[in-house]
Design a protein around this ligand. Structure first.
Ligand code: CO8
Length: 258
């Protein structure tokens, strides 16, 4: 598969993806979106890959949707063609785990893209923001909802209404990012974490992801039933038998992915 705006390499069972439009601070134009749709579909379909890291440059994870591309779009263009929605739907439908490794600016659509990840690891240089209001619009790819769920109403409202950026330390304290690391170590740390996830039984990884995400979608009583059912179903997997046998026999497990 060849891509125009992203660099993709496989490191064992981990796919490392780098947004690569440095001249525009990785602004998300339609080519980036098309590349990401194809990339995430390919990742989900590739049985050799079990975790993915998406990163940008030192200066910017992504500085938002491409304003130059959006500038002459009308409401009819956006509404009738549902621009961006296919992209959002496809990425959020990714079943396998993936991590956003964020350094520098993650603004507007860039912040929204990072928040679509299962979790964010941030460099100490990361700056998150939803500055759409300064352009006369509002977040359109989940920012107002995912940011509010992640950090609560007060901070999300303040950020959306003022467009102010939140630094990495504050983002960690507020619950937006899982961990902050030195900028020089960002990709290595994210890859190490991804390799740890990729070494887990793959079906259980998908189930764990599905269940944590359910906390944002379903009422607690239904989500708890779904959790119980998935827990019970995993007892039929070969990896459950292997995982428990390996523990008892004090040896490493060898996963089958079934
Ligand atoms: N789009 C297009 N080009 C961009 C963008 C962008 N979002 N951000 C930066 N660039 C370009 C600049 O135009 C500049 O290009 P050139 O050299 O040709 O002039 C180059 O990248 C470097 O940028 P700067 O010179 O501005 O770099 P600075 O270090 O001075 O500033 C900032 C960095 C603060 C990040 C600044 O570039 C900035 O404010 N960028 C815009 C941030 C922003 O407003 N993002 C939100 C965009 S709107 C959005 O994302 C909505 C998404 C939801 C849509 C869903 C619809 C359904």
């Amino acid at each position: 598969m060849s891509y125009e705006t992203i660099l993709v390499e496989q490191r064992g069972a981990v796919t490392l993806v780098t947004l690569n439009r440095p001249q525009a601070l990785n602004a998300l134009n339609s080519q980036v979106l098309a590349d990401l749709i194809a990339l995430f579909a390919a990742y989900d379909a590739d049985e050799s890959q079990h975790c993915l890291v998406l990163t940008g440059s030192e200066k910017a994870f992504a500085a938002g949707a491409d304003i130059k591309e959006m500038a002459d779009k009308s409401a009819a263009d956006m509404y009738l063609r549902e621009l961006y929605s296919e992209w959002t739907t496809r990425i959020c439908a990714t079943r396998k785990p993936w991590i956003a490794a964020v350094a520098g600016f993650a603004l507007g659509g860039g912040c929204e893209l990072a928040m679509m990840a299962d979790f964010i690891i941030a460099a100490d240089t990361a700056k998150f923001g939803q500055p759409e209001i300064t352009l006369g619009v509002a977040p359109g790819m989940g920012g107002s909802q995912r940011l509010t769920r992640a950090i609560g109403k007060a901070k999300a409202m303040e950020m959306c209404l003022t467009g102010r950026m939140m630094g990495a330390q504050e983002a960690e304290q507020a619950g937006l990012v899982a961990r902050v690391v030195a900028a020089a170590d960002l990709v290595d740390e994210a890859l190490k974490t991804a390799q740890k996830i990729a070494a887990m039984p793959p079906m259980a990884a998908i189930a764990n992801k599905e269940l944590v995400n359910l906390a944002f979608e379903a009422p607690l009583s239904q989500a708890l039933v779904s959790e119980r059912r998935l827990f019970q179903i995993l007892f039929s997997s070969e990896d459950k038998a292997e995982g428990m046998a390996a523990f008892i026999e004090k040896r490493p497990a060898i996963w089958k992915g079934r």
